[in-house]
Each structure stands twice: as C-alpha cells, then as structure tokens.
Write a protein that binds this ligand. Structure first.
Ligand code: FAD
Length: 286
C-alpha cells in the first residue's frame, strides 16, 4: 500500500516551496513535485528588484536561497511531472508517469505555461525575451523593444513599456481596440522566430524582420483543467477564494496559476495561505 501524505504540492516555484516550508512548520507529512532547479522562471530571471529584504538578487541566487531553506527543513523536491490529480472522496490520487501517489490535500502551484512557443523564445528567455512588462521593461531603457500582444491587457503593457524604452513596436495577435501611445509603431504580421547571438537581436516575421533588443510576449496562459478534471476556472487561471480554495474540497491553488500579477512575493504569500488552510482541512479530517 502506498504512503498517504497529508499534503501533496504540485510545483516547486516560489508558491510551492513557500507552501512546503509552511506545511513542515505545521509538522505535516508532505511531498513536493517539480524540478531540481525549482522553476525555469527563477533560473531565467536576471535581476529581481522587488523581493522583500533581498534587493538586486538574481533568479539563480534566489533559487539557491529557496533550496537552502527547504533543504534545511528536510524538504526534497521529487522531480516528477504530475499528469492528473483525481479527487477520490477521502483522498487525492496523483498520477505521474511511472508512479502514483496519495494525499489528503493538494496544492496546485504549477505556474503558468504557454501552449505554442516561438523558435528562439525559450532560448532567449531572460536574454531579451520577457513575459512581464512590469518586471523587465526597465532593463530596456534606451533600447528597441517589440511587444507581441495576444490580449487587450497587452495594450496597457505596451504603453507602459513605451514610456521607458527608446522605441516600441507592437504586433497585435488579436482583434480589438488598439489604444496605443502615439510613439508606438504597430506592425501587422505573423512572428516566425526570434534570433540573436547571446542576446535577442532580431524578430523574424513572415514578410519582414524587426531589429530589436527585446521581445515581450504577452499571452494568456494554458488552462490546467486537464490536470484536475472538474476544476473551476476563471479565464485561464484556477478560480480560488481568498483562502486559495478551489471548487474541489481539499484542493488549493497558489502562485501564477491562480491569477495575476505574476510575481514572486505574491506566489510565496499565496503558497503560505494555501498551506495554512490545507492544514485546517487535514486536521478536520482526523
Ligand atoms: P513557477 O515559478 O512557474 O514554478 C512552477 C513550477 O512547477 C515549474 O517550474 C515546474 O517545475 C513545476 N511544475 C509545473 N507543472 C508541474 C506538474 N504538472 N508536475 C510537477 N511539477 C510541475 N517576478 C517578480 O516578482 N519579480 C521579478 O523581477 C520577476 N522577474 C522575472 C523574470 C523572468 C525572466 C521571468 C520568466 C519571470 C519573472 N517574474 C518576476 C515572475 C515570476 O517568475 C513568477 O511570478 C513566479 O515564478 C511564479 O511562481 P510560481 O511558484 O507560481 O510558478
């Protein structure tokens, strides 16, 4: 018979690790799934200026601090991808490629992933490619930036960027009102690939090229409905209460997956809130 954990945490970014640390502090028997490097986004973040008490820290340094903190508390990240989470009544079954796990409560902290990526996109993430205007626009002062916008919100982000950088191109990937600042040049076209040497230098479109220092790709995230059948969504995010509860009793969500803003401190805070409520749920089951 497999071990039934008190709490399973799916995801090892700021939300998942914060959730794990708080669960350990409450003496819960936990299991955390994710990657040994915790989060690709942490690995790619060049400089993080808004993490409380840790100014000008790189993503890698913050990742090391998270790992040291977790390791000191006896938390190990299991490098397995969870494909499905099923509510079984008294417990949850978590299905990985080769193993199955059981837990009384589950926190989904998977971050947001995007469906189709452009060739070069992941290669240059943090080296000119960004998903977050608020986080990264300041790195492009005096430079040329291209925004590929998939939704109405990307207009606001492009306007924000254009107030900081030298030149902004905007490529709309949706139909809507393009209330762009007058200094933004709108380009109609289909992005094909991002090119450069060690940093972004060029965005290739079907019928032209744009010489650019940065490419902001502002998409909607992929739905996690497939991960948990019956999970209620709000747009592309998991619908949660202020207690980070989902519509499935005992199942919580935290971090980017539960909505914007996509920020480390928001993710860590939500991981804590999710755990504290999961702990009450687990204790009530006893
Ligand atoms: P993530 O960090 O995305 O972690 C989730 C992890 O869960 C994944 O990496 C993966 O390992 C794991 N996972 C996913 N699905 C599964 C599954 N099915 N099974 C098992 N494991 C799974 N924010 C700021 O506040 N300040 C900044 O300066 C800043 N700079 C950034 C720079 C870059 C280049 C990027 C990309 C992002 C930046 N951000 C910044 C945003 C920040 O990275 C995110 O808000 C944060 O990582 C969200 O944390 P999370 O725990 O929700 O998810």
């Amino acid at each position: 018979m497999s071990t039934r954990y008190d709490l399973a945490i799916v995801g090892s970014g700021a939300a998942g690790i914060s959730a794990a640390i708080n669960a350990k502090l409450r003496n819960k028997n936990i299991i955390v799934f994710g990657s040994k490097d915790l989060s690709a986004k942490l690995m790619k973040a060049p400089i993080i200026d808004n993490y409380l008490g840790l100014p000008e820290i790189t993503g890698k340094q913050l990742k090391d601090k998270f790992i040291n903190h977790a390791t000191a508390m006896g938390i190990e990240v299991i490098p397995e991808k969870i494909n499905n989470v099923y509510a079984m009544g008294d417990y949850f079954a978590l299905i990985a490629n080769e193993n199955n796990y059981e837990a009384v409560s589950v926190i989904i902290a998977t971050g947001v992933e995007f469906s189709k990526t452009l060739p070069g996109e992941f290669e240059y993430l943090g080296q000119g490619v960004s998903y977050c205007a608020t986080c990264d626009a300041s790195f492009f002062k005096g430079k040329v930036v291209t925004v590929i916008g998939y939704n109405q919100e990307s207009i606001d982000e492009a306007n924000f960027i254009s107030e900081i950088v030298e030149k902004t191109y905007f490529i709309p990937m949706f139909k809507g009102d393009y209330a762009l600042n007058p200094n933004i040049e709108m380009v109609q076209g289909t992005p094909v690939s991002i090119k450069g040497t060690d940093k972004v230098e060029l965005l290739e479109l079907k019928d032209r090229e744009i010489t650019t220092d940065g490419v902001f790709i502002l998409r909607d995230s992929v739905s996690p409905e497939q991960l948990v059948p019956g999970l209620e969504m709000e747009g592309k995010h998991i619908k949660v209460t202020r207690n980070m509860e989902t519509n499935v009793a005992g199942l919580y969500a935290a971090g980017d997956i539960s909505g914007k803003p996509y920020q480390y401190m928001k993710a860590a805070g939500e991981g804590q809130v999710a755990t504290l409520n999961a702990v009450s749920f687990i204790d009530d089951k006893r």
